[in-house]
Design a protein around this ligand. Structure first.
Ligand code: ZN
Length: 376
């Protein structure tokens, strides 16, 4: 397995190393706000200066009339090979959060974190699910749980495997773990100082797992709108987030649930309404697309999810945060997701400003990972 992976890896994407350079006179989204006419200086893979000071390096990229922003993060993916990580990187998606897969394979892929041709993988390892539950149908063996008492050992095993966070599945369309077991896993996760995210599909389950301490949801519910009382109850929690995966959920309706285009359209509208409610209630939204489900790709399809978030009524500045700074904040990853002094130089140069129109995400001209240019 390992040798095959490495052969694919070195098959080659054009690369050009740049030790030190400055992007001049550019509009910057730094992960927080927009700054005009800036010079961004990069050296040894890090941003060493940002401002309007005199230039200190001879290698320049003229940013006049252009827009620079942190590289994108897809907060919900499933990666099974390096080609997925390469496809993500080519679209400017330099970080991907895997939400259930083969732990050993993920360990091998994570060894490639500093490879400038590939997106950096963060992983949950195996998701927590019941025997015969959602997540056990993909053809690889998955360790399962029966009861709250199983949580301690199960979380200990994930932490020993080096996972970055813990993912739990509460999915009553199949055999599922109980809310009591999910709560026990969340508690063990927090004892281990990690973030606990949960797959749900129903509003009541979303409400319940948030009351039981979940940090985030990897999907938005889609059975019903949440009641005002439920929404108020979860809003009392601080620092929680939702990864709505609108694109996935809508595509799945037509592909696998036998729904018509009209029915899928109605569901989409309901989801966008719920996203706006969450946003207005101060709950953080993160962008994710759940590839390869519904044949969604690891790269450019993330732009479609950003367009949905914009359509929901979230201001485009916030939409950009949902795929840059917010994922790094919520998953507690240091020195990434912002363009600030001392941060990793994972950056995108666009010819058009995506705050004017989110569709301008398609205008990416240059991508740097750790300050190394990825040629398109
Ligand atoms: Zn998923």
């Amino acid at each position: 397995m390992r040798s095959i992976i490495y052969i694919i890896l070195f098959a080659g994407f054009g690369l050009q190393a740049q030790e030190s350079f400055v992007i001049t006179n550019v509009t910057v989204f730094d992960g927080e706000k927009v700054l005009e006419n800036q010079n961004i200086t990069v050296a040894s893979g890090k941003i060493i200066a940002i401002g309007q000071d005199e230039l200190t390096t001879e290698t320049t990229v003229d940013g006049t009339g252009k827009f620079v922003m942190p590289a994108l993060t897809n907060s919900h993916v499933h990666v099974f090979n390096v080609l997925g990580l390469a496809q993500a990187a080519q679209a400017g998606v330099l970080n991907v959060f895997d939400m259930h897969g083969m732990e050993t394979l993920q360990g091998v892929l994570k060894e490639q974190r500093d490879n400038p041709k590939l997106a950096t993988l963060y992983n949950a390892g195996f998701a927590a699910t019941a025997a015969g539950g959602h997540g056990t149908q993909f053809g690889f063996p998955v360790p399962t749980l029966e009861k709250p008492e199983d949580a301690d050992q199960w979380v200990t095993d994930r932490v020993a495997a080096g996972v970055d966070y813990i993912k739990i599945i509460v999915e009553p369309w199949k055999n599922t773990i109980s809310h009591e077991t999910a709560k026990a896993i969340i508690e063990e996760t927090h004892i281990n100082d990690k973030v606990a995210v949960v797959h749900i599909s129903k509003a009541e389950d979303a409400h319940q797992v948030f009351l039981n301490g979940a940090d985030g949801l990897v999907h938005l519910w889609w059975d019903n709108q949440m009641t005002e009382a439920q929404m108020e109850a979860i809003t009392a929690r601080e620092n929680i987030f939702v990864i709505p995966t609108v694109l996935t959920t809508v595509l799945m309706q037509e592909l696998f649930m036998g729904k018509s285009k009209e029915e899928a359209g109605e569901l989409k509208n309901m989801m966008l309404t719920e996203i706006k409610r969450l946003h207005d209630a101060g709950i953080t939204i993160l962008a994710g697309t759940d590839p390869p489900n519904a044949n969604i790709n690891m790269g450019t399809d993330l732009y479609k999810e950003l367009a949905y978030l914009s359509e929901a009524g979230i201001p485009n500045l916030e939409v950009l945060k949902s795929a840059t700074s917010y994922p790094m904040d919520k998953f507690r990853i240091a020195n990434k997701g912002y363009l600030k002094k001392g941060y990793v130089a994972d950056m995108l140069l666009l010819s058009k400003n995506p705050i004017d129109d989110i569709k301008n995400m398609e205008s990416i001209e240059m991508i740097w990972k750790n300050g190394v240019l990825l040629t398109k």
